[in-house]
Design a protein around this ligand. Sequence first.
Ligand code: SAH
Ligand code: SF4
Ligand code: F3S
Length: 483
Amino acid sequence: MADILQNMHKVDVAEERQGEAYAPFAEDPNQFSKKFYIESYGCQMNFSDSEIVASILHDEGFGATRNFEEADLVLLNTCSIREKAEQTVRHRLQTFRKIKDNNPGMLIGVLGCMAERLKAKFLEEEKLVDIVVGPDAYRSLPGLITEAEGGQKTVNVLLSREETYADISPVRLDSNGVTAFVSIMRGCNNMCTFCVVPFTRGRERSRDADSIIDECRNLFERGFREVTLLGQNVDSYHYSPNPATPGQLGEEDTAVTFAILLERVALISPLLRIRFSTSHPKDITDDVLHTMAKYHNICKYIHLPVQSGNTRILQLMNRTYTREWYLNKVKRIREIMPDCGLSTDVISGFCTETEEEHQDTLSIMELSRFDMAYMFSYSERPGTLAARRYTDDVPEDVKKRRLTEIISLQNSHSRESYVNDIGKTFEVLIEGNSKRSDADWYGRNSQNKVVVFPKEGKDLEKGDYVNVLIGSATSATLIGQMV
Ligand code: SAH
Ligand code: SF4
Ligand code: F3S
């Protein structure tokens, strides 16, 4: 089983990049008087936040380095989604302890969801940490750093109802120059009972639509060819530029919904691809699906977390949809976009889940035929509604066995989905060299499947679109040839 799990983690890169270290660098290191090093864990939103932090630090004279041993400031942008994610961070801190012993002037800061969850307790538990900053408090970093340089431990974990960092231009870290993340909203109001995010990220708020369009247009002008619009629940994006005034246009007349936002981004250029994550089955509308179908450059791919295939468990999870509702959404997606890629998240062994209810999860997978899935066993998180209301009563070995069954079923579906693409031709956006060989290009099709193909001496660059005929496939890669 360990092997299967290991393989899944390899496929997991898009949504869950836990444990993957990532260090940016400054274009001109001499431009800056001090150096910072940052590592990000968790979801794409955290990676996107690190780019905002980098921008704030640049303005303070900090340049990024890939080598933490030479850094004046080491930052970990952390995740709390499962216990394992937090353990990874604690292990990583041990590595920095050794460096700090030799270089006591080096400051260590913890950012992100774990900082928000543990607050000042973090300083007691991990003595080497100097700065603790929550996701809505990054603007206060410069002041906190100054205090920490003076020898004081500092914390700011205030959550905000307004902060969207709309005016901060992110510094793209470790970028391929082709694809970028753009945050469109923050927080989450959904209160799924298993989930720590509403507590670590606060209330949902949507970012000013014009600032999103400007950022996407600017990326396109700099040569980027794909943007992924990010939010915990993008379908509930709702921005009102002019709150209603009596006698004038009503709020609903000027409000920007997710469907409208998608269309506005799509109109920037037909050469700019648009992706988004994550959709909630209760909120994704036909409007969004029709907008996707209307624009060639909106990628035909939806990540639609199901979590469980059983209505009673979905209710306990407070997902607010039923098994039938979910299946109906999948049907709508396929009706409106027959070629749409679909992926999901699944949790095994949630509180009180019976063997029959687990079978419902396997059967909803059979009926939905996901191209890919992120699969987890339930990990109780302190403070969540589930931790307060229910008992985490499915034994660990049962959770793991159910997860193994879910993973092996998904593996067969993924294989089938990829093998089905043999003989088809896809438009692929080139993102760079294949990891295996510089003689091959690496890119993705609209459905978000990785496509690898030989360069064949043609004069192409990353950022170009090419048509590729698929000749063979593994369960996570399509291999083909340009046509
Ligand atoms: N906002 C997204 C998901 C964010 S978290 C959504 O609503 O779909 C990413 C995934 O982690 C979730 O979809 C869920 O499958 C998983 N997850 C969240 N909390 C978890 C927990 N306590 N134990 C196991 N998996 C969890
Ligand atoms: Fe968590 Fe649910 Fe919000 Fe997703 S929608 S972040 S799972 S509370
Ligand atoms: Fe993790 Fe926070 Fe994202 S808990 S998954 S980093 S919102």
